[in-house]
Write a protein that binds this ligand. Structure first.
Ligand code: 1CP
Length: 354
């Protein structure tokens, strides 16, 4: 068993009592912090930071030096798996991620290897080990991956997308090709996340950023089914410690019951659902993580504090809440506003944990 100085985040995910509601922010390391921009500039680009364990560790720790966050998240990206499968990830200035060799056919899918996390993705495992060592047991480290559906959108579209025309064409014209791809990616995600856990990740989160663009039936078929396979394949206890699993489908508020039924420990919520409703629907089965609209961080200190109090009141008394934003922090948010947010969660949540 490892003991953490601050284990609120793990305890809340396991629905155990805490003294205050734990909080972290999706994309808490990144371009809204000037110290991150300085490291990235020095390194050359984003992937140069990800592939250097010392730099990945440094930017992981940056937000923890500024704010009283209850968890650290590995600095990496969901697209490391498709890159390790040979798709050739690159970033064009101001354009987001792109792949040199997107998936076009069944033959492309059949060729995809299951990358060895300690070979092709060793830089990620080294980052996990370096971060764990440097955290010195202060707060837990979150590992992560994309969901198979979300990774497949980038692999087939060749980058970010708004309409998802290529992957949807494959879903309906050639479903067996897409299913083979999703199944292979799910296997790689299982291997990758279990390796992150063995390297030191104390909890893992699966980002299904684009599951919400599917119909309810297709969501189950193309996204949820594969996340369920992953949950069943993950190491859930490591060296005597439970390793909680959080699933986050953006725009998945309609499907909370089905997501909770996968056997995960917690659901990530975006801001389009009232946390009180979510708790009434699935709060007896899973913990909930969320769910302030990240745009609230543009508001005044008073407005930010009010929003935090409203969400805390919505969840009310009882265990099983990890406070977070409903999606990633925007890159032009003033860092001090993130500080008001984190402090407000701790200050106003104590009354709910007696
Ligand atoms: O410096 C830069 O310009 C690169 C910007 C950046 C950063 C900071 C990218 C490229 N990725 C990351 C880090 C990252 N990505 C983290 C770790 C940092 C932290 O949280 O503190 C995590 C957890 C992610 C996860 C991620 N990457 C997701 C899922 C979560 C979400 O935001 O929905 C997705 C969809 C990606 C793809 C991706 N990588 C990078 C960008 C800009 C994107 C989004 C592209 C798009 O909108 O389609």
């Amino acid at each position: 068993m490892t003991t953490l100085k601050n284990d609120r985040y793990i305890r809340a995910l396991l629905k155990q009592p805490v003294d205050a509601t734990p909080v972290w922010m999706m994309r808490q390391a990144g371009r809204y912090l000037p110290e991150y921009k300085a490291v990235r500039k020095e390194a050359g680009d984003f992937m140069a930071v990800c592939t250097n364990p010392e730099l990945a560790c440094e930017v992981t720790l940056q937000p923890l030096r500024r704010f009283k966050l209850d968890a650290a998240i590995l600095f990496s990206d969901i697209l490391t798996i498709p890159d390790a499968m040979g798709l050739g990830l690159y970033f064009e200035a101001g354009e987001g991620p792109k792949f040199k060799h997107p998936i076009k056919s069944l033959a492309d899918v059949k060729k995809l290897p299951n990358p060895d996390p300690e070979i092709e993705l060793k830089y990620v495992m080294d980052a996990v080990r370096t971060i764990r060592k440097n955290l010195k047991g202060s707060v837990p480290l979150i590992g992560f991956s994309g969901s198979p559906w979300t990774l497949a959108t980038y692999m087939i579209e060749g980058g970010s997308s708004k309409a998802f025309t290529k992957i949807k064409k494959m879903a309906f014209a050639e479903p067996q090709t897409l299913h083979l791809l999703l199944d292979k990616v799910a296997d790689s995600v299982i291997t990758y996340l279990n390796a992150q856990i063995a390297a030191g990740a104390q909890s893992v989160m699966i980002f299904d950023t684009w599951g919400g663009v599917l119909s309810p039936r297709d969501y189950k078929l193309f996204s949820l089914q594969y996340m369920e396979k992953i949950v069943a394949g993950l190491t859930r206890e490591y060296e005597g410690n439970k390793v909680p699993v959080t699933l986050f489908t953006k725009n998945g508020g309609m499907w909370l019951e089905s997501i909770a039924a996968t056997g995960c420990d917690a659901l990530g919520l975006d801001w389009t659902i009232d946390i009180a409703d979510a708790k009434a629907r699935v709060g007896d089965k899973v913990a909930l993580q969320g769910n302030m609209d990240p745009s609230v961080l543009y508001a005044s200190k008073e407005r930010i504090e009010q929003e935090v109090q409203d969400i805390l009141a919505g969840f009310g008394a009882g265990e099983g809440h990890v406070f977070n934003l409903g999606h990633g922090i925007h890159l032009d948010v003033p860092p001090e506003n993130a500080g008001y947010f984190v402090d407000a969660v701790h200050k106003y949540s104590k009354q709910y944990h007696k």
